[in-house]
Write a protein that binds this ligand. Sequence first.
Ligand SMILES: [Zn+2]
Ligand SMILES: [Zn+2]
Length: 405
Amino acid sequence: MTTVRSSLFLACTFMTMLTSSLVSAHGVIPKQSFDEAPRQIQFPDTAEFKTLVLDPHTHSSFSDGHVWPSVRVAEALYDGLDALAITEHLEWQPHRADLPHPDRNRAYEIALQANGDNELMIIPGTEITRALPAGHINALFISDANKLVKHPELEDQTDVRAYYQGASEWPAQEAVNAANEQGAFLFWNHAWWGSDFPNGIPKAPKFHKDNAKRNLIHGIEIANGDSYSEESFQIALDLDLTLIGVSDIHGLIDWDFVPHEGGHRPVTLVLAKERSQASMREALFEGRTVVWFKNLLIGRQDNLQALLAASMSVKSATYKTGSDILTVEIENVSDAAFQLQNMSGMTFGGSADIVDIEPHAVTTVAVRTVKRLDQLSMKFTVLNALTKPKKAAKFKLYIDKIEAL
Ligand SMILES: [Zn+2]
Ligand SMILES: [Zn+2]
Protein backbone atom coordinates (compact mmCIF):
# COMPACT_ATOMS: atom_id res chain seq x y z
CA MET A 1 0.00 0.00 0.00
CA THR A 2 2.73 2.40 0.99
CA THR A 3 4.58 1.61 -2.21
CA VAL A 4 1.51 2.31 -4.36
CA ARG A 5 0.86 5.58 -2.53
CA SER A 6 4.49 6.65 -2.98
CA SER A 7 4.52 5.93 -6.66
CA LEU A 8 1.20 7.74 -7.08
CA PHE A 9 2.69 10.69 -5.25
CA LEU A 10 5.78 10.53 -7.45
CA ALA A 11 3.66 10.35 -10.59
CA CYS A 12 1.67 13.41 -9.48
CA THR A 13 4.85 15.32 -8.70
CA PHE A 14 6.24 14.41 -12.10
CA MET A 15 3.03 15.59 -13.82
CA THR A 16 3.18 18.89 -11.91
CA MET A 17 6.77 19.34 -13.03
CA LEU A 18 5.76 18.64 -16.59
CA THR A 19 2.86 21.06 -16.66
CA SER A 20 4.83 23.84 -14.97
CA SER A 21 7.84 23.26 -17.17
CA LEU A 22 9.15 26.54 -18.51
CA VAL A 23 9.82 25.53 -22.05
CA SER A 24 6.86 23.87 -23.68
CA ALA A 25 7.04 21.23 -26.37
CA HIS A 26 6.54 23.97 -28.97
CA GLY A 27 9.52 25.92 -27.74
CA VAL A 28 7.40 28.81 -26.51
CA ILE A 29 7.96 29.89 -22.94
CA PRO A 30 4.48 30.41 -21.50
CA LYS A 31 3.62 33.90 -20.40
CA GLN A 32 3.67 33.79 -16.64
CA SER A 33 4.71 35.97 -13.79
CA PHE A 34 8.41 35.78 -13.06
CA ASP A 35 8.10 38.87 -10.86
CA GLU A 36 8.15 36.79 -7.71
CA ALA A 37 11.49 35.15 -8.52
CA PRO A 38 13.86 36.36 -5.79
CA ARG A 39 16.73 36.40 -8.30
CA GLN A 40 15.24 39.27 -10.33
CA ILE A 41 17.75 42.07 -10.90
CA GLN A 42 16.07 45.23 -9.65
CA PHE A 43 17.16 48.85 -9.83
CA PRO A 44 14.81 51.83 -9.68
CA ASP A 45 14.15 54.23 -12.53
CA THR A 46 16.01 57.52 -12.16
CA ALA A 47 14.28 60.89 -11.98
CA GLU A 48 14.67 61.27 -15.73
CA PHE A 49 15.05 57.79 -17.20
CA LYS A 50 13.85 54.21 -17.09
CA THR A 51 16.51 51.85 -15.81
CA LEU A 52 16.54 48.90 -18.21
CA VAL A 53 18.48 45.74 -17.38
CA LEU A 54 20.39 44.44 -20.41
CA ASP A 55 22.70 41.48 -20.98
CA PRO A 56 24.15 42.24 -24.44
CA HIS A 57 26.56 39.31 -24.77
CA THR A 58 25.48 35.64 -24.50
CA HIS A 59 25.95 32.47 -26.55
CA SER A 60 23.89 29.44 -27.49
CA SER A 61 24.59 26.19 -29.36
CA PHE A 62 24.61 28.17 -32.60
CA SER A 63 28.21 29.13 -31.81
CA ASP A 64 30.20 27.89 -28.80
CA GLY A 65 27.45 27.98 -26.17
CA HIS A 66 26.03 24.80 -24.65
CA VAL A 67 22.29 25.48 -24.62
CA TRP A 68 19.48 26.14 -27.05
CA PRO A 69 18.46 29.81 -27.43
CA SER A 70 15.15 29.22 -25.61
CA VAL A 71 17.09 28.43 -22.42
CA ARG A 72 18.75 31.86 -22.66
CA VAL A 73 15.28 33.39 -22.83
CA ALA A 74 14.07 31.42 -19.79
CA GLU A 75 17.13 32.50 -17.80
CA ALA A 76 16.61 36.12 -18.81
CA LEU A 77 12.97 35.98 -17.70
CA TYR A 78 13.96 34.49 -14.36
CA ASP A 79 16.65 37.17 -13.90
CA GLY A 80 14.15 39.93 -14.66
CA LEU A 81 16.11 41.29 -17.61
CA ASP A 82 14.44 43.91 -19.77
CA ALA A 83 16.56 42.94 -22.75
CA LEU A 84 18.76 40.11 -23.97
CA ALA A 85 21.03 39.69 -26.97
CA ILE A 86 22.27 36.27 -28.10
CA THR A 87 25.49 37.15 -29.89
CA GLU A 88 26.88 34.14 -31.69
CA HIS A 89 30.44 34.13 -33.01
CA LEU A 90 30.09 34.46 -36.77
CA GLU A 91 33.39 32.75 -37.53
CA TRP A 92 33.94 30.43 -34.57
CA GLN A 93 31.49 27.62 -35.20
CA PRO A 94 32.65 24.59 -33.19
CA HIS A 95 29.32 22.74 -33.57
CA ARG A 96 29.08 23.12 -37.34
CA ALA A 97 29.52 19.39 -38.03
CA ASP A 98 26.46 18.61 -35.89
CA LEU A 99 24.61 21.85 -36.34
CA PRO A 100 25.02 23.28 -39.85
CA HIS A 101 24.36 26.98 -39.58
CA PRO A 102 23.67 28.49 -42.97
CA ASP A 103 21.36 31.17 -41.55
CA ARG A 104 23.10 33.22 -38.86
CA ASN A 105 19.86 34.81 -37.70
CA ARG A 106 18.45 31.53 -36.35
CA ALA A 107 19.45 31.98 -32.67
CA TYR A 108 17.67 35.34 -32.67
CA GLU A 109 14.60 33.97 -34.42
CA ILE A 110 14.32 30.97 -32.09
CA ALA A 111 14.72 33.25 -29.06
CA LEU A 112 12.07 35.56 -30.43
CA GLN A 113 9.65 32.68 -30.86
CA ALA A 114 10.46 31.23 -27.42
CA ASN A 115 9.85 34.62 -25.84
CA GLY A 116 6.30 34.71 -27.24
CA ASP A 117 4.40 37.64 -25.76
CA ASN A 118 6.63 38.08 -22.72
CA GLU A 119 7.82 41.65 -22.19
CA LEU A 120 11.48 40.72 -22.50
CA MET A 121 13.08 42.51 -25.46
CA ILE A 122 15.20 40.27 -27.68
CA ILE A 123 17.86 42.33 -29.44
CA PRO A 124 19.35 40.99 -32.67
CA GLY A 125 23.11 40.82 -32.28
CA THR A 126 26.28 38.93 -33.16
CA GLU A 127 29.99 38.67 -32.32
CA ILE A 128 32.56 39.53 -34.99
CA THR A 129 35.50 37.34 -34.04
CA ARG A 130 39.13 38.06 -34.94
CA ALA A 131 42.59 37.99 -33.43
CA LEU A 132 44.00 41.35 -32.36
CA PRO A 133 44.08 44.17 -33.32
CA ALA A 134 40.31 43.87 -33.79
CA GLY A 135 39.73 41.14 -31.19
CA HIS A 136 36.09 40.32 -30.52
CA ILE A 137 33.46 42.93 -31.28
CA ASN A 138 29.74 42.65 -30.58
CA ALA A 139 27.22 44.30 -32.85
CA LEU A 140 23.68 44.92 -31.52
CA PHE A 141 20.50 46.00 -33.33
CA ILE A 142 21.68 44.43 -36.59
CA SER A 143 19.21 43.71 -39.37
CA ASP A 144 20.93 40.66 -40.90
CA ALA A 145 23.80 38.65 -39.39
CA ASN A 146 24.33 36.81 -42.67
CA LYS A 147 25.70 39.97 -44.24
CA LEU A 148 28.40 40.21 -41.56
CA VAL A 149 30.19 36.97 -42.46
CA LYS A 150 31.86 36.05 -45.75
CA HIS A 151 32.37 32.36 -46.26
CA PRO A 152 30.95 31.09 -49.58
CA GLU A 153 34.00 28.96 -50.40
CA LEU A 154 34.02 27.50 -46.88
CA GLU A 155 30.50 26.08 -46.94
CA ASP A 156 31.74 22.46 -46.91
CA GLN A 157 34.67 23.00 -44.57
CA THR A 158 34.08 20.70 -41.59
CA ASP A 159 37.33 21.43 -39.78
CA VAL A 160 36.41 24.04 -37.17
CA ARG A 161 39.81 25.76 -37.05
CA ALA A 162 40.17 25.82 -40.82
CA TYR A 163 36.70 27.34 -41.05
CA TYR A 164 37.62 30.00 -38.48
CA GLN A 165 40.90 30.81 -40.25
CA GLY A 166 39.14 31.14 -43.58
CA ALA A 167 36.17 33.15 -42.33
CA SER A 168 38.33 35.57 -40.32
CA GLU A 169 40.32 36.50 -43.41
CA TRP A 170 37.57 38.93 -44.31
CA PRO A 171 39.07 42.18 -42.96
CA ALA A 172 37.61 43.14 -39.59
CA GLN A 173 37.26 46.72 -40.77
CA GLU A 174 34.91 45.62 -43.53
CA ALA A 175 32.79 43.67 -41.06
CA VAL A 176 32.71 46.69 -38.73
CA ASN A 177 31.70 48.93 -41.63
CA ALA A 178 28.99 46.48 -42.71
CA ALA A 179 27.56 46.37 -39.17
CA ASN A 180 27.54 50.17 -39.07
CA GLU A 181 25.66 50.21 -42.36
CA GLN A 182 22.95 48.24 -40.53
CA GLY A 183 22.85 50.93 -37.85
CA ALA A 184 24.41 48.66 -35.24
CA PHE A 185 25.81 49.61 -31.84
CA LEU A 186 29.30 48.06 -31.64
CA PHE A 187 31.46 47.36 -28.61
CA TRP A 188 34.90 45.84 -28.01
CA ASN A 189 34.61 42.66 -25.93
CA HIS A 190 36.82 41.39 -23.06
CA ALA A 191 39.83 43.46 -24.18
CA TRP A 192 41.87 42.11 -21.26
CA TRP A 193 41.67 38.48 -22.44
CA GLY A 194 44.78 36.53 -21.47
CA SER A 195 45.39 35.28 -24.99
CA ASP A 196 45.53 38.87 -26.28
CA PHE A 197 47.28 40.50 -23.31
CA PRO A 198 49.06 37.85 -21.20
CA ASN A 199 49.49 40.31 -18.30
CA GLY A 200 45.75 41.06 -18.36
CA ILE A 201 46.36 44.75 -19.09
CA PRO A 202 44.85 45.78 -22.43
CA LYS A 203 46.12 48.63 -24.55
CA ALA A 204 43.89 50.03 -27.27
CA PRO A 205 45.36 49.16 -30.68
CA LYS A 206 45.27 51.75 -33.47
CA PHE A 207 42.34 49.81 -34.97
CA HIS A 208 40.16 50.59 -31.93
CA LYS A 209 41.40 54.14 -31.47
CA ASP A 210 40.63 54.94 -35.11
CA ASN A 211 37.22 53.26 -35.07
CA ALA A 212 36.30 55.02 -31.83
CA LYS A 213 37.35 58.35 -33.31
CA ARG A 214 35.32 57.69 -36.47
CA ASN A 215 32.34 56.65 -34.31
CA LEU A 216 32.31 53.14 -35.79
CA ILE A 217 32.91 51.40 -32.45
CA HIS A 218 30.78 52.83 -29.68
CA GLY A 219 31.36 50.92 -26.46
CA ILE A 220 33.69 48.62 -24.54
CA GLU A 221 33.16 45.89 -22.00
CA ILE A 222 34.58 46.65 -18.58
CA ALA A 223 33.01 43.60 -16.88
CA ASN A 224 32.64 40.17 -18.48
CA GLY A 225 31.64 37.02 -16.59
CA ASP A 226 33.55 36.99 -13.33
CA SER A 227 36.14 39.61 -14.23
CA TYR A 228 36.38 43.39 -14.21
CA SER A 229 39.01 45.43 -16.06
CA GLU A 230 40.02 48.77 -14.62
CA GLU A 231 42.22 49.35 -17.67
CA SER A 232 39.28 48.84 -20.02
CA PHE A 233 37.36 51.36 -17.89
CA GLN A 234 40.19 53.85 -18.50
CA ILE A 235 40.16 53.07 -22.25
CA ALA A 236 36.40 53.79 -22.22
CA LEU A 237 37.02 57.21 -20.66
CA ASP A 238 39.97 57.98 -22.96
CA LEU A 239 38.12 57.02 -26.16
CA ASP A 240 34.68 58.22 -25.03
CA LEU A 241 33.12 54.74 -25.27
CA THR A 242 29.96 53.50 -23.57
CA LEU A 243 30.55 51.32 -20.48
CA ILE A 244 29.28 47.78 -20.93
CA GLY A 245 28.87 44.82 -18.52
CA VAL A 246 27.96 41.34 -19.79
CA SER A 247 27.67 37.72 -18.75
CA ASP A 248 29.20 36.27 -21.97
CA ILE A 249 27.48 33.12 -20.74
CA HIS A 250 28.22 29.86 -22.56
CA GLY A 251 26.97 27.30 -20.02
CA LEU A 252 24.18 28.04 -17.58
CA ILE A 253 23.66 31.29 -15.66
CA ASP A 254 22.86 29.17 -12.59
CA TRP A 255 26.20 27.39 -12.69
CA ASP A 256 28.33 30.47 -13.28
CA PHE A 257 26.60 33.05 -11.11
CA VAL A 258 24.59 30.99 -8.53
CA PRO A 259 21.60 33.35 -8.33
CA HIS A 260 19.90 31.09 -5.76
CA GLU A 261 22.73 32.03 -3.38
CA GLY A 262 22.41 35.75 -4.10
CA GLY A 263 24.71 35.98 -7.11
CA HIS A 264 23.84 37.67 -10.38
CA ARG A 265 25.20 37.94 -13.90
CA PRO A 266 26.99 41.19 -14.79
CA VAL A 267 24.58 43.46 -16.65
CA THR A 268 24.43 46.85 -18.28
CA LEU A 269 21.85 49.15 -16.69
CA VAL A 270 20.67 51.35 -19.54
CA LEU A 271 19.08 54.71 -18.70
CA ALA A 272 16.52 54.99 -21.47
CA LYS A 273 13.76 57.49 -22.19
CA GLU A 274 11.24 54.70 -22.76
CA ARG A 275 11.02 50.95 -22.44
CA SER A 276 11.71 50.18 -26.09
CA GLN A 277 14.52 48.90 -28.27
CA ALA A 278 14.80 52.24 -30.06
CA SER A 279 15.12 54.07 -26.78
CA MET A 280 17.65 51.58 -25.46
CA ARG A 281 19.70 51.94 -28.63
CA GLU A 282 19.65 55.74 -28.32
CA ALA A 283 20.77 55.53 -24.68
CA LEU A 284 23.65 53.16 -25.56
CA PHE A 285 24.86 55.52 -28.28
CA GLU A 286 24.63 58.40 -25.78
CA GLY A 287 26.63 56.48 -23.17
CA ARG A 288 23.84 56.42 -20.56
CA THR A 289 24.81 53.19 -18.77
CA VAL A 290 25.88 51.91 -15.38
CA VAL A 291 27.55 48.50 -15.10
CA TRP A 292 26.36 46.19 -12.30
CA PHE A 293 29.15 43.71 -11.53
CA LYS A 294 29.17 41.63 -8.33
CA ASN A 295 28.43 44.31 -5.68
CA LEU A 296 29.99 47.11 -7.71
CA LEU A 297 28.23 49.85 -9.68
CA ILE A 298 30.42 51.51 -12.30
CA GLY A 299 29.36 54.49 -14.37
CA ARG A 300 30.08 57.98 -15.51
CA GLN A 301 29.39 60.64 -12.87
CA ASP A 302 25.95 61.83 -14.08
CA ASN A 303 24.54 58.37 -14.71
CA LEU A 304 25.83 56.90 -11.47
CA GLN A 305 24.65 59.89 -9.39
CA ALA A 306 21.17 59.61 -10.89
CA LEU A 307 21.02 55.91 -10.01
CA LEU A 308 22.35 56.42 -6.48
CA ALA A 309 19.84 59.21 -5.86
CA ALA A 310 17.01 56.95 -7.05
CA SER A 311 18.25 54.02 -4.97
CA MET A 312 18.76 55.62 -1.56
CA SER A 313 16.58 58.07 0.32
CA VAL A 314 15.89 59.17 3.88
CA LYS A 315 12.69 57.59 5.09
CA SER A 316 12.64 59.38 8.43
CA ALA A 317 14.87 61.44 10.69
CA THR A 318 13.91 61.75 14.35
CA TYR A 319 15.23 62.97 17.69
CA LYS A 320 13.70 60.76 20.33
CA THR A 321 12.47 62.29 23.59
CA GLY A 322 15.33 63.22 25.85
CA SER A 323 18.03 62.54 23.25
CA ASP A 324 20.06 64.74 20.93
CA ILE A 325 21.13 61.75 18.85
CA LEU A 326 19.42 61.71 15.48
CA THR A 327 17.90 58.45 14.26
CA VAL A 328 17.99 58.34 10.47
CA GLU A 329 16.26 55.63 8.45
CA ILE A 330 17.86 55.17 5.02
CA GLU A 331 15.79 53.23 2.50
CA ASN A 332 17.49 51.35 -0.31
CA VAL A 333 15.24 50.18 -3.16
CA SER A 334 18.03 48.63 -5.25
CA ASP A 335 19.89 45.29 -5.39
CA ALA A 336 23.19 46.90 -4.33
CA ALA A 337 24.45 46.55 -0.77
CA PHE A 338 25.92 50.05 -0.49
CA GLN A 339 28.97 50.72 1.61
CA LEU A 340 28.76 54.34 2.70
CA GLN A 341 31.80 55.98 4.20
CA ASN A 342 31.00 58.90 6.47
CA MET A 343 32.58 62.09 5.13
CA SER A 344 30.88 64.50 7.56
CA GLY A 345 32.35 65.80 10.80
CA MET A 346 29.76 64.00 12.93
CA THR A 347 30.10 60.48 14.29
CA PHE A 348 27.78 57.50 14.17
CA GLY A 349 26.58 55.29 16.96
CA GLY A 350 26.26 51.58 16.25
CA SER A 351 28.83 51.61 13.46
CA ALA A 352 32.16 53.15 12.67
CA ASP A 353 32.58 55.42 9.67
CA ILE A 354 31.45 52.78 7.19
CA VAL A 355 27.73 52.02 7.14
CA ASP A 356 26.32 49.04 5.28
CA ILE A 357 23.05 49.86 3.54
CA GLU A 358 21.27 46.60 2.89
CA PRO A 359 19.49 46.04 -0.45
CA HIS A 360 15.70 46.39 -0.51
CA ALA A 361 15.63 47.33 3.15
CA VAL A 362 15.62 50.20 5.60
CA THR A 363 18.85 50.73 7.56
CA THR A 364 18.85 52.79 10.74
CA VAL A 365 21.81 55.01 11.54
CA ALA A 366 22.29 56.89 14.82
CA VAL A 367 23.96 60.23 14.12
CA ARG A 368 25.57 62.29 16.89
CA THR A 369 24.76 65.79 15.73
CA VAL A 370 26.07 67.40 19.00
CA LYS A 371 22.90 69.48 19.32
CA ARG A 372 19.46 69.27 17.77
CA LEU A 373 19.34 70.47 14.16
CA ASP A 374 16.41 71.41 11.89
CA GLN A 375 18.02 70.04 8.77
CA LEU A 376 21.11 68.13 7.82
CA SER A 377 23.21 67.21 4.82
CA MET A 378 24.97 63.86 5.25
CA LYS A 379 28.03 63.43 3.04
CA PHE A 380 29.33 60.03 2.04
CA THR A 381 31.69 58.26 -0.28
CA VAL A 382 30.01 55.20 -1.80
CA LEU A 383 32.83 52.68 -1.66
CA ASN A 384 31.19 50.22 -4.06
CA ALA A 385 30.30 52.80 -6.75
CA LEU A 386 33.04 53.96 -9.12
CA THR A 387 32.99 56.99 -11.41
CA LYS A 388 36.60 56.46 -12.55
CA PRO A 389 39.18 53.73 -11.93
CA LYS A 390 39.87 53.78 -8.19
CA LYS A 391 37.56 56.76 -7.68
CA ALA A 392 34.50 56.13 -5.54
CA ALA A 393 31.37 58.22 -6.01
CA LYS A 394 30.45 61.03 -3.63
CA PHE A 395 26.89 61.02 -2.37
CA LYS A 396 24.77 63.35 -0.26
CA LEU A 397 21.63 62.57 1.65
CA TYR A 398 19.81 65.79 2.40
CA ILE A 399 17.34 65.87 5.29
CA ASP A 400 15.09 68.90 5.22
CA LYS A 401 12.59 67.71 7.78
CA ILE A 402 13.71 66.42 11.15
CA GLU A 403 11.06 65.28 13.61
CA ALA A 404 11.51 65.97 17.29
CA LEU A 405 9.57 63.84 19.73
ZN1 LIG B 1 34.48 36.85 -27.37
ZN1 LIG C 1 31.34 35.94 -26.59
